[in-house]
Each structure stands twice: as C-alpha cells, then as structure tokens.
Ligand binder design. Structure first.
Ligand SMILES: [Zn+2]
Ligand SMILES: [Zn+2]
Length: 147
C-alpha cells in the first residue's frame, strides 16, 4: 500500500521549495495522512481545532492548496460539492458511497494498468477509477445488500 510522506520528507520538501513550514501546516498534513476517509477541509478543521484553537478554516484551505501544488496531496472528486483530500498521491482508485459520500481507497494493479483511450487534443497524465455505490452502513440502512 502506498505510503504517505514522513515528517522529515515534508520538512525537506518545504525547505527545497522555500515555503515556511509552520506547526499548523504540518498539523494539517499529518492529520490528513493519518486519516483514510478523504476528509474535506471542513472536516480536517473540525478535528484539528481541539489542538490548534487558533487554526482558521481559511488556513486549512490554503495549506491544502499549497500541499496540492507541491504534489503531496491529491484532490478527490466526490458526489458532494465539497472538495475532498487524499495524502496518497500515487495511482489508486476509490469506492465512493453515493448516499453518505464516504470514499474508500482501492488498490488494484489491473486498474493501475488500464490503457488510456485515444484522446485527440488531450494529453493524459494519469487516471483514477471511481466506483459508485453504497457503503455497508448505507446499504444496511436502505435494505439492499453489499457483497
Ligand atoms: Zn455510505
Ligand atoms: Zn484515496
């Protein structure tokens, strides 16, 4: 399973890019990489607020943008309008619950090797497959079955 970046890797990356790494920025990254639910900025802010009472939602947004530009955080499409974030930037795929918006990681070598279709006038740089459906909780709530 692909790993997220260690604290030292993040430190040296910020140093190389000459971006100041504040405690708050590091905390945003570490909280994101500790979670596997692809949280939104709001959700990260909610859980970091206890330890960082002065951390604003705007700072969380800006930090996520900075980390995204640096290539250590990915954005994930979600059925809700909120952007969701992922500390795993290597190719992987997602199972997305259309009822609650839960996003689960899927690692599958055959999906990684999916051949790109011909796309004239478009340069493909990568791909990520999203499977839509219901998570176990939502399936139970709606009475349908998951395998
Ligand atoms: Zn669900
Ligand atoms: Zn993911």
């Amino acid at each position: 399973m692909p790993k997220t970046r260690s604290r030292d890797e993040i430190r040296s990356l910020f140093k190389a890019k000459k971006v100041p790494l504040t405690h708050q920025r590091l905390a945003v990254y570490e909280e994101l990489s500790a979670r596997h639910d692809h949280p939104s900025a709001e959700s990260l802010h909610e859980s970091l607020r206890k330890d960082y009472p002065s951390l604003s939602l705007a700072t969380v947004y800006k930090t996520l943008q900075t980390l995204h530009r640096m290539g250590v955080v990915a954005r994930v499409d979600s059925p809700t309008s909120q952007a969701r974030y992922d500390a795993i930037v290597e190719t992987h795929h997602h199972a997305v619950c259309t009822a609650c918006g839960r996003i689960r990681d899927l690692f599958d070598a055959s999906l990684d090797r999916l051949p790109a279709p011909r796309t004239p006038g478009f340069a493909v740089s990568g791909h990520s497959v999203h499977f839509h459906g219901l998570c176990a909780d939502c399936a139970k709530a709606s009475g349908s079955k998951t395998r």
